[in-house]
Write a protein that binds this ligand. Structure first.
Ligand SMILES: [Zn+2]
Length: 113
């Protein structure tokens, strides 16, 4: 297997998913691991815990930093929160491909400046 083994979530046993962090996080790693299983007891319990202690409708997911091995909860405000940041294993886009605007590239193969 060429891919790195992803450890399972200790709370539900589902494999953790890679996801990229928001820019303001300040972490060094390019990605972290989290359990995105909506049935994970850690996530399910979080809703009641947050409402009971803070009166907010929010929860958290199990998160593991692969660089340090440190696990800590990452807050989520909905079931879909952070899902758009999940890194699919079989879809590897370019590192900065989102900034490319297709369809307007200069087709003239000149030497340029
Ligand atoms: Zn889990």
């Amino acid at each position: 297997m060429a891919q790195d083994a992803v450890p399972p979530c200790p709370h539900c046993g589902q494999p953790l998913a890679r996801f990229s962090l928001p820019d303001e996080g300040g972490w060094d790693g390019t990605f972290q691991l989290a359990c995105f299983n909506d049935d994970c007891p850690y996530f399910v319990r979080g809703w009641a815990w947050m409402e009971e202690h803070y009166g907010v409708r929010s929860s958290y997911r199990y998160r593991l930093d692969p660089a340090t091995g440190q696990a800590s909860p990452i807050p989520v405000w909905s079931r879909n929160a952070l899902r758009d940041r999940i890194i699919e294993d079989d879809v590897l886009a370019g590192p900065s491909g989102e900034d490319v605007i297709p369809g307007d590239a200069p087709g003239q193969g000149g030497e340029g400046i």
